[in-house]
Design a protein around this ligand. Structure first.
Ligand SMILES: *Cc1c(COP(=O)(O)O)cnc(C)c1O
Length: 397
């Protein structure tokens, strides 16, 4: 398949005069989502009411799981959507710990997204069985995998720097030491090709509102390897993961396969919006998205380094060692990002000093990159960041 990125760009609503380099945080609106969601609300929720569950197939969203699954190298019928990523982290970690009952260490890294670490802390605090969450520097993970580790829980692409973990080799090392892996693909799905099946991954989780463009709060996904799908124990044993939800049994029995990772009622409206996004993803190949992403990120790095000597590259220089984002460190990064946003270039900021830019080939062009660098250079050359109106921090950075 030849991915046509000029064509996919036309399928998004991109406000005039805006250069959007934050699709790694929240993807833009697929134009078709508006009618899809409105139609669902009017014709299905509106007219069918409760009949919609059967007549409009609201409960049957395995197809969407498989469409996400194609992008992350999952076997068919081993990805399910629902809840938020934090919840899916909890489920995967709990199931993983249960599979290695004699061990007490969760190994992660200090580059992980805090919510993943918080969920681990909450779970181990509840279990009260002497679990410890051990975090090491990202570059020390391989050396820290030993026979005390129950679960290796990592986010593949570092949310701040874009640094990429080698999923295949770390999974191999974990397995050689008898540990289970939980991979968070929040900044991988739709950003880089992932081969869960080929890497022999155990569990994986991720969200759909970043690179996948499902919309704010669109449901998360969880993958369970086929060899574990019928044995993984659901810690969040909600009725929709039951073998027969509509039998209304008083006792929980897990459903066969990935469906046991469902918890409660699916977010049908959000799934409709995600469906519109996946219609676009169906038009492209991840290998081609990756090739284009490397062109865009490399161009950005080269041009920023040439034009803005005060910014320090905080992402790996080797494009194969980073995801689809580029970060630059700058002491006044927050204010500089505000100055950029005021001039129509949207990136974001991560404490303490990281200016972060996401590159999303479905709708980001080379012209976007060049125009963004020109505006950034103007801000840096003229110290335009040094303006009190850019110093006040909002709740969401
Ligand atoms: C974005 C992100 C989250 C957010 O979790 P939500 O429950 O969707 O809010 C969690 N983990 C990682 C690694 C992320 O990048």
């Amino acid at each position: 398949m030849a991915s046509d990125f000029d064509a996919t760009r036309k399928l998004f609503h991109l406000p005039d005069g805006l250069i959007y380099l934050d699709g790694n945080s929240l993807g833009p609106l697929p134009l078709a989502a508006v009618d899809k969601v409105a139609g669902m609300m009017r014709d299905e929720w509106g007219d069918l009411l409760i009949k919609g569950w059967n007549a409009a197939g609201w409960m049957d969203f395995k197809g969407l799981g498989n469409r996400v699954g194609r992008l992350i190298g999952a076997e068919p019928d081993h990805v399910i959507l629902g809840d938020t990523l934090s919840i899916k982290v909890y489920q995967a970690l709990a199931a993983g710990l249960e599979m290695v009952p004699e061990r007490r260490v969760i190994l992660s890294d200090t580059g992980n997204f805090p919510s993943d670490l918080y969920m681990a802390q909450g779970l181990t605090g509840l279990l009260k069985q002497g679990y410890t969450l051990k975090t090491v520097a990202p570059e020390d993970v391989a050396g820290a995998i030993d026979e005390t580790v129950a679960v290796l829980m990592l986010t593949q692409v570092d949310y701040r720097t874009g640094r990429l973990h080698d999923m295949a080799s770390l999974t191999r090392a974990a397995h050689a030491n008898g540990a289970i892996t939980v991979w968070d693909l929040a900044h991988s799905a739709g950003a880089i090709p992932v081969d869960l099946s080929g890497c022999n991954a155990d569990f994986a989780v991720g969200c759909t509102y970043k690179y996948l463009n499902g919309g704010p709060g669109s449901p998360a996904f969880i993958y369970v390897a086929p060899r574990h799908a019928d044995v993984a124990k659901p810690a969040l044993s909600g009725w929709l993961g039951h073998e027969a939800p509509f039998d209304f049994d008083l006792d929980y029995r897990a459903h066969a396969g990935i469906a046991r990772m469902r918890v409660g009622t699916p977010p049908v409206i959000a799934l409709k919006s995600l469906e519109a996004a996946l219609d676009i993803w169906d038009l492209v190949e991840m290998a081609e998205v990756r090739a284009r992403s490397i062109e865009l990120t490399s161009l950005f790095v080269d041009r920023v380094e040439a034009a803005c000597p005060d910014l320090t590259l905080a992402s790996p220089r080797d494009p194969l060692a980073r995801g689809s984002q580029v970060s630059f460190a700058f002491e006044h990064g927050y204010a500089a990002m505000q100055a950029l946003i005021a001039r129509g270039v949207i990136g974001d900021f991560r404490a303490p000093d990281v200016m972060r830019f996401g590159f999303t080939p479905l709708y980001t062009t080379e012209k976007d990159v060049l125009d963004a660098v020109a505006i950034l250079a103007e801000i840096m050359d003229n110290r335009l960041w040094d303006n009190p109106e850019y110093q006040t921090k909002s709740a969401v950075t």
